[in-house]
Ligand binder design. Structure first.
Ligand SMILES: [Zn+2]
Length: 242
C-alpha cells in the first residue's frame, strides 16, 4: 500500500531519483520507512510470514514494548498443571527484556488482598472502546458518499432508459416484419427467420434490463449498519474470536 514515495511528498524521476514534489506529504518519513520494512518482510521472508499471525496471540507484533517500541512477541509459560499465555519484549537491549505481560486478566494468589491484574487483551479491549471516528468525519463521509450514490443512480437510470429503448426498437422491428409478411411483401420463410432472430435479441435485451434494475439497495440502512460498526470496534473484539 505504501509502495509509492508519493505518500511522503516525493515523486520518482524516470532515472529512479526521488524528487521533492509540490504536494504536502500524506504521512511522515519514519512511518513510510516502517511500511517499506513490513512490505519487504512480508514478500521476502516466507517463514516470517507463516509465524506472523497466531490465533492465540492476535496482538503479537501489532503491539509494541512501551520502553523500546519493538514489537512484542508471545510465549506459553508452563505452570505445574497448566500453560499460561504471555507477551514479552524480546529486545535484549531493552530495560523490560523478557518481562512477562499476561495475555489474560488474572488475580495473583498472594497476597490475599491482591487486585486482579488486567491482561493485555482486556487492556486492548478498553482501548478499542475509546477509538472511534469523530462525528464530523462520519458526517462528511456520509455527504460525499450519498452525493456519489445519487450520481450513480442517475447513471443507472439512463442506462435503464437506453435498454428500454433497445427493447422498444426490437418490438417495432418485429411488428414491421410481421406486417410486411401479412401484406405479402416478404415470403413466409423470411418472416419466420427474421422474427425468430428479433425475438432472440429481445429475450437477451430483457435479461440485460433485469440485471440493471434488480439491485435495489436500501443504502441508508446499509450505511447506518457500517457506522454502528466503526463506532463500536470493541464489540467485534470478543465476538469474532480466533
Ligand atoms: Zn522493550
Amino acid at each position: 500500500m505504501l509502495k509509492s514515495a508519493f505518500y511522503i511528498g516525493y515523486l520518482k524521476h524516470q532515472d529512479g531519483r526521488l524528487i521533492k514534489a509540490q504536494h504536502e506529504p500524506l504521512i511522515d518519513v519514519p512511518l513510510w520507512e516502517k511500511g517499506q520494512q513490513v512490505r519487504n518482510k512480508q514478500s521476502h521472508n516466507i517463514i516470517h510470514k507463516r509465524n506472523f499471525y497466531s490465533p492465540d496471540f492476535v496482538l503479537r507484533r501489532f503491539t509494541v514494548c512501551g520502553y523500546c517500541s519493538k514489537p512484542l512477541t508471545s510465549y506459553w509459560s508452563q505452570g505445574r498443571t497448566e500453560k499460561y499465555p504471555y507477551y514479552y519484549c524480546k529486545n535484549k537491549d531493552c530495560e523490560k527484556y523478557g518481562k512477562m505481560i499476561a495475555r489474560d486478566t488474572y488475580t495473583p494468589k498472594k497476597p490475599f488482598s491482591a487486585k486482579p491484574i488486567e491482561g493485555l487483551h482486556d487492556e486492548f479491549y478498553e482501548y478499542l472502546r475509546l477509538v472511534k471516528p469523530k462525528d464530523k468525519w462520519v458526517e462528511a463521509f456520509h455527504e460525499v458518499f450519498i452525493t456519489r450514490y445519487e450520481e450513480r443512480k442517475q447513471e443507472l437510470q439512463s442506462e435503464y432508459m437506453r435498454k428500454m429503448d433497445i427493447i422498444k426498437q426490437l418490438g417495432d422491428k418485429l411488428d414491421w416484419v410481421v406486417t410486411q409478411g401479412r401484406k405479402g411483401n416478404l415470403s413466409e420463410a423470411i418472416v419466420k427467420k427474421q422474427s425468430a432472430e428479433v425475438e432472440q435479441k429481445m429475450t437477451l435485451a430483457q435479461m440485460d434490463l433485469k440485471e440493471t434494475h434488480s439491485e435495489k439497495i436500501e443504502i441508508e440502512t446499509l450505511l447506518n449498519h457500517a457506522y454502528v460498526f466503526i463506532r463500536t470496534p470493541h464489540l467485534a473484539w470478543y465476538e469474532c474470536g480466533p
